[in-house]
Design a protein around this ligand. Structure first.
Ligand code: OOG
Ligand code: MG
Length: 262
């Protein structure tokens, strides 16, 4: 087994058992290209267990969120059907290590995009947008990592909930989502608030970033792909028996509840 395979298995086991592991790069330094290679192996281990890739997620598209983690470059990870939780659904808190929630926007592609084609546009392929919550759960102790560590760990992806899809894109050009108010609530109390403008200055820029990152690191963007654009506010820790709600003006609300250890 190569080092890259060994690290992929370590991170996959940490996710499956909800047991954190020490930061890998301190023991075994690796490059950013190798980090994406490890991430592809981590996702392949899930696919080998009949999980299905549903889309991609961007990270650190919001400078406040990047500062929270002490990093600055945009990163990309992959989301899967086992990570999807229905709007209003229940998550088992015991499946997570130290889960945090962040309010996001989700875009959906109506047609395939070839990221390697210089003429292709992700925006042109978008058919809908929705409010979303991403649940991140770093497999590293104390949520501490380098850029390479977090990319290898599939950018802390662990669960996500998407609200009602609203028609958006070239066929619904009148909806302006560049500066929508966003709140994150725990049990009805607002814990973070911000704007979709915090996502790269305009969340549509997340679509260009998606194409660039997909071309650079080998992600496919078929019709039906969900793109999580990145957090509109910093992330907040979530305990047991807690309902998490994200509200995005013009788009609506989305929520999920964490069960306890009973
Ligand atoms: C990495 C994932 C960042 C976002 O929306 O910025 C991310 C992390 O903070 O653990 O998903
Ligand atoms: Mg996120």
């Amino acid at each position: 087994m190569t080092d890259l395979d060994r690290i992929a298995h370590l991170l996959d086991t940490a996710a499956r058992t909800a047991e954190s592991v020490p930061q890998v790069s301190l023991e075994t330094p690796f490059t950013l290209d190798e980090a994406y290679d490890i991430q592809h192996r981590v996702v392949q281990l899930r696919v080998d267990r009949q999980d299905v890739v549903t889309g991609v997620k961007l990270g650190f598209t919001n400078p406040a969120k990047a500062a929270q983690m002490g990093l600055s470059d945009v990163i990309v990870g992959q989301i899967t059907s086992d990570m999807a939780v229905a709007d209003g659904g229940i998550l088992d808190r015991e499946r997570f290590i130290h889960v945090r929630a962040e309010p996001e926007l989700a875009f959906r592609l109506g047609v395939n995009v070839n990221p390697a084609d210089p003429r292709s546009s992700v925006y042109d392929a978008v058919d809908a947008v929705a409010p979303a919550i991403e649940f991140i759960d770093s497999r590293y102790r104390n949520f501490k990592f380098t850029l390479e560590d977090v990319v290898a760990d599939n950018t802390s992806a662990s669960a996500y909930t998407v609200g009602q899809w609203v028609p958006f894109g070239p066929r619904a050009p009148h909806l302006d989502i560049s500066n929508c108010g966003v709140t994150l609530e725990l049990d009805g109390h607002v814990v973070e608030s911000g704007s979709t403008a915090a996502i790269l200055g305009n969340p549509l820029r997340a679509l260009d970033a998606t194409k660039r990152m997909a071309a650079a690191y080998g992600f496919a963007l078929p019709a039906g792909t969900i793109i999580l654009a990145g957090a509109a506010t910093i992330a907040t820790a979530v305990g047991e028996h807690t309902t998490v709600t994200a509200r995005v003006s013009k788009l609506g609300t989305v929520s999920a509840r964490f069960s306890g250890g009973e």
